[in-house]
Every structure is written in structure tokens, then in C-alpha cells.
Ligand binder design. Structure first.
Ligand code: HEC
Length: 133
């Protein structure tokens, strides 16, 4: 292959692999936008992270209940007492890399914490908060 052909091909390959890591969260944000959400805010995501909702028997529940106040630190499951790896991708690179996994846990955790599913806006805000940690 000629050098003139090879160099652009190599560059294209580099560009594709560089964007691959960002696409899982970007794809989800795209889906949430398609559902009418947008203008995602890390500040609102942070606020939701710490907001307390009233669970069964009146005990307060929030994302902090299991994941801790600082997502760069490990958490502990409030029911099973099992440690949970940090959610911040900077310290736990496998985080936010699997869209199905993210949606599965959003559903489970939002149901338990808020007593309902999170809206596309809330999920987009939380992901925008977590991805930059
Ligand atoms: C009752 C405990 C509990 C609460 C409360 C909780 N979570 Fe979780 N969360 C878990 C567990 C357990 C996992 C999966 C275990 C793991 O991946 O280490 C998880 C995983 C996740 C993941 C998957 C991340 C990834 O890429 O692996 C996200 C996102 C998440 N939680 C967000 C939230 C948000 C947002 C809230 C608040 C609305 C919340 N969680 C509240 C227990 C909880």
C-alpha cells in the first residue's frame, strides 16, 4: 500500500479508537436527549446524588446510602454490608463502560432510593456528574 494511503488510514484508526471509550455514556446521553431531556448538568447530578428520599419505615435513602458521599471512594451496601467499588471512572476504569449494566443498576437503584425510576434528565445529570470525576 502507498504511504499516501496508509497514513490517512492509520489516522482514521486512531480517531476511531480514541472516540470508542467515550461512546457508552455519549450514546446514553443521546438516548436521553431523544426522550426529551437535555442541558445535562454535573451540579444537578451531584445534588441528586446526595438528595434524601423517604424510604420504608421513614428512613432516609440516597445514592450516598450505598455508594458514599464521594464516588471516588468505595461504598458499602446498606443491606448486605458488601463493599462496592467506587463509581468514578478515574479510579475505577471499568465504570460507565457498559450501557446495559448502567441502565440495569439505574433501574434497580432508583426504584429503591426514589421509589420510582429515574427520569432521562436525572440519569443524564448523574452520568454527567460521575463521568467527570
Ligand atoms: C441499596 C444500595 C444502593 C443504592 C442506594 C444505590 N446503589 Fe448504585 N449500585 C449498587 C450496587 C450493589 C451496584 C452494583 C455493584 C457494582 O457494580 O459494584 C450499583 C451500581 C451502580 C451503577 C453502575 C455503574 C457501572 O458502570 O458499573 C450506577 C450508575 C449506580 N449504581 C448509580 C446509582 C445512583 C445514581 C444511585 C442513587 C439514585 C444509586 N446507585 C444508589 C447499590 C446501590
Amino acid at each position: 500500500m502507498k504511504r499516501q494511503t496508509l497514513v490517512p488510514l492509520l489516522l482514521l484508526g486512531l480517531m476511531l479508537s480514541a472516540t470508542a471509550g467515550a461512546t457508552v455514556v455519549d450514546e446514553l446521553l443521546g438516548e436521553y436527549r431523544a426522550a426529551g431531556a437535555g442541558g445535562f448538568s454535573a451540579d444537578r447530578g451531584r445534588a441528586l446524588w446526595a438528595r434524601e428520599f423517604t424510604g420504608e419505615a421513614g428512613a432516609p435513602r440516597s445514592c450516598v446510602t450505598c455508594h458514599g458521599n464521594d464516588p471516588t471512594q468505595p461504598g458499602r451496601h446498606v443491606k448486605t454490608n458488601k463493599p462496592i467499588d467506587p463509581l468514578a471512572p478515574s479510579v475505577a476504569p471499568r465504570r460507565l463502560t457498559d450501557g446495559k449494566e448502567i441502565e440495569k443498576w439505574f433501574k434497580r437503584n432508583c426504584d429503591w432510593t426514589l421509589g420510582r425510576e429515574c427520569t432521562p434528565q436525572e440519569k443524564g445529570d448523574v452520568l454527567t456528574y460521575l463521568r467527570q470525576l
